[in-house]
Design a protein around this ligand. Structure first.
Ligand SMILES: NC(=O)c1ccc[n+]([C@@H]2O[C@H](COP(=O)([O-])OP(=O)(O)OC[C@H]3O[C@@H](n4cnc5c(N)ncnc54)[C@H](OP(=O)(O)O)[C@@H]3O)[C@@H](O)[C@H]2O)c1
Length: 215
């Protein structure tokens, strides 16, 4: 398939790029900085994620947009502020407009367990942590991102992973209704699930919570 990956330099994004290339897909990686090096055979487009003209050109001729975008925090401290607080609020409308202009109809964008109608499906302690830590910024922006995609008229899938790790790809991903304690999924498994969904859509119009452990 012809896949375009936005947020290709991030944790999930890099896994998407390398796994998609390994699976034989034609991959275009969209990043904001030219210092990021793509694996061999992957085309890279460098530009602003809020520039509709740039994005539309990058998206042309592709079948699915895969997004690993998220807020970058200024540090790893639990109280850290985001680098760009409204990044998903401003980049999502640009991605949607660019997809429509480039006639790409499908998007699979990573969200998070606990967003939207899964807010009460996560353990209470984790809900409190989201509320009082830097995660509240990310969750608020993911809520907006989901809302914008859902009302876009595009074919949208918004997987909501549990806690991300840098562990191996296990291919043991489950869709779950709720989880307990510390549920985790590796960034590689999130990418694996998103690519599976790109090839065989089963969750269009849905935002399934996905995990490997804890459910
Ligand atoms: N951590 C968890 O346990 C957890 C659990 C569930 C869901 N999630 C969500 O999953 C998503 C992916 O997580 P991740 O760890 O893979 O994220 P990540 O490594 O922080 O990657 C974020 C991506 O967004 C890009 N980005 C951020 N701000 C940008 C800006 N102003 N302009 C252009 N690009 C920008 C980054 O580009 P640069 O590389 O150029 O900065 C990077 O490609 C996030 O939305 C996260 O909230 C996380």
């Amino acid at each position: 398939m012809k896949l375009v990956i936005v947020g290709a330099s991030g944790g999930v994004g890099q896994q998407l790029v390398s796994l998609a290339a390994k699976q034989g897909h034609a991959v275009t990686a969209v990043v904001r900085s030219g210092s990021w090096a793509a694996p061999a055979g992957v085309e890279t487009r460098v530009g602003s994620l809020t520039d509709v003209d740039f994005l539309a050109k990058a998206f042309e001729g592709h079948e699915v947009v895969l997004s690993g975008l998220g807020l970058r925090l200024k540090s790893i401290a639990p109280w850290a502020k985001p680098e760009v607080a409204d990044f998903l609020s401003t980049s999502t409308p640009a991605i949607i407009a660019a997809m429509k202009r480039a006639k790409v109809e499908r998007v699979i964008a990573v969200s998070a367990g606990g967003v939207g109608d899964t807010a009460d499906k996560v353990p209470g302690a984790f809900r409190t942590f989201i509320r009082f830590s830097a995660l509240r910024h990310a969750y608020a922006e993911l809520e907006v991102m989901e809302r914008l995609y859902r009302s876009s008229g595009l074919q949208v899938c918004l997987p909501r992973p549990t806690g991300l790790t840098d562990g191996p790809v296990t291919e043991q991903v489950k869709v779950c209704e709720s989880f307990e304690g510390r549920a985790t999924i590796s960034r590689g498994d999130v990418a694996w699930w998103m690519l599976k969904e790109a090839v065989t859509p089963r969750f269009t119009g849905q935002a399934p919570m996905i995990t490997v452990t804890g459910a």
